[in-house]
Design a protein around this ligand. Structure first.
Ligand code: NAI
Ligand code: MG
Length: 368
């Protein structure tokens, strides 16, 4: 049997710094758990532009299509801001998402007890929270035609079109049901079927996919505006939420902030199943390249570490090991270890990026 393959693209700014900590963890799984990955590393973003004059080389793109999962740090930075749009670092990331056809964006909102005080909500509302928002990423109103600003008589009219095909809805629904089976077995689908035809179709198709393929998963429906209220009122009622591109953009940002710092937030983007049954997958922290703290050893590596935990769970079927890694992170936070972005209380000395990574490895050691 061949080892699962992983392509690492550290990128720019704090990307390489946080990725170095993930490397320690990957190594730990290889030596201590006998779970070796075939890891290759390549350039993306500004780093790729510096070497190749393009933010993503064709060879790197081809490699990304072949591996079981891609893990990306972050791209961009002030050095590249004046570049032409066509070669901007962000284009490298957009090309990956587009050519891998990553239509399901997964954004977890997970609250670690030690950080529950960080939330703007009451502690008992967020403590233990663990939900997943699945946002459709490649269609909907951000892409629909017609679009534009036209002139009608004496005034300008701005136009965007919400458009979803049956197959676009069905595939993201399948992603959500598959995830739910690996989690709490519950999906809530959100749209505005009360006022939008695309919402009526969304509800119908999700229901059909559910009845035909996933009757074992519990399904409910909610209007997206009511869903926004429920997310603030009692988010723990949810397990997996599936919704369209526009509502998902808003709901996932809102849900993420239930739990605190940007340095803690992982994400995944999944596409269609490959020949081996695994979905095409790109894992990355939600944060950017943080040029203001790059090169200073201040970056919090946890968002990137938790992105790797998502890869363990969703690409490699190693759910128990993902639990182990998340528990190690939880332990380190409970022990009071804080990078500078997590400092609330006075008198706590922050740990460096490397110290945080080492602490997670030590907690992993203690778990076996
Ligand atoms: P950012 O996420 O890089 O930083 C926002 C703030 O959060 C900064 O103060 C930063 O120091 C802090 N921060 C972010 N991640 C952190 C971490 N792991 N630990 C501690 N503090 C952290 O967003 P910003 O400043 O808007 O963008 C900076 C660059 O990153 C830009 O070039 C932008 O285009 C790019 N970017 C790239 C993304 C990606 O690669 N997916 C996503 C967002 C921005
Ligand atoms: Mg957004």
């Amino acid at each position: 049997m061949t080892n699962p393959s992983l392509l690492i693209l550290p990128g720019d700014g704090i990307g390489p710094e946080v990725m170095a900590e993930v490397r320690k963890i990957i190594e730990w799984f290889g030596t201590k758990r006998n779970m070796a990955f075939d890891v290759s590393e390549d350039l993306v973003g500004g780093a790729a532009y510096d070497k190749h004059g393009t933010p993503l080389h064709d060879d790197t793109m081809a490699k990304a299509q072949e591996v079981d999962a891609v893990l990306l740090g972050a791209v961009g930075g002030p050095k590249y801001e004046a570049l032409d749009f066509s070669v901007k670092p962000e284009r490298g990331l957009l090309r990956l998402r587009k050519e891998m056809d990553l239509f399901a964006n997964l954004r977890p909102a997970q609250c670690f007890d030690a950080l529950a005080d960080f939330s703007s909500l009451k502690k008992d509302v967020v403590a233990g929270l663990d939900i997943m928002i699945v946002r459709e990423l490649t269609s909907g109103i951000y892409f629909g035609e017609p679009r534009g600003i036209i002139k009608e008589g004496n005034e300008r009219v701005g136009i965007n079109t919400q458009r979803y095909t049956e197959s676009e809805i069905a595939r993201v629904a399948r992603s959500a049901f598959e995830l739910a089976r690996k989690r709490g077995n519950k999906v809530c689908s959100m749209e505005k079927a009360n006022v939008m035809e695309s919402g009526v179709l969304w509800r119908d198709v999700v229901t059909e996919v559910h009845q035909a393929e996933y009757p074992d998963v519990e399904l409910s429906h909610m209007y997206a505006d009511a869903g926004a209220m429920q997310l603030c009122r009692w988010p723990k009622q949810f397990d997996v939420i599936v919704t369209d591109n526009l509502f998902g953009d808003l709901l996932s940002d809102a849900a993420a902030m239930l739990t605190g710092s940007l340095g803690m937030l992982p994400s995944a983007s999944l596409g269609a199943p490959m020949a081996n049954g695994r979905p095409k997958a790109l894992y990355e922290p939600v944060h950017g390249s943080a040029p203001d703290i790059a090169g200073q050893g201040k970056a919090n590596p946890i968002a990137c570490i938790l992105s790797f935990a998502m890869a363990l769970r969703y690409s490699f079927d190693l759910g128990a090991e993902a639990d182990r890694l998340e528990a190690a992170v939880e332990q380190v936070l409970a022990d009071g270890k804080r990078t500078a972005d997590l400092l609330g209380e006075e008198g706590v000395t922050p740990v460096s990026t490397g110290e945080m990574g080492d602490a997670v490895v030590a907690a992993l050691d203690a778990s076996i």
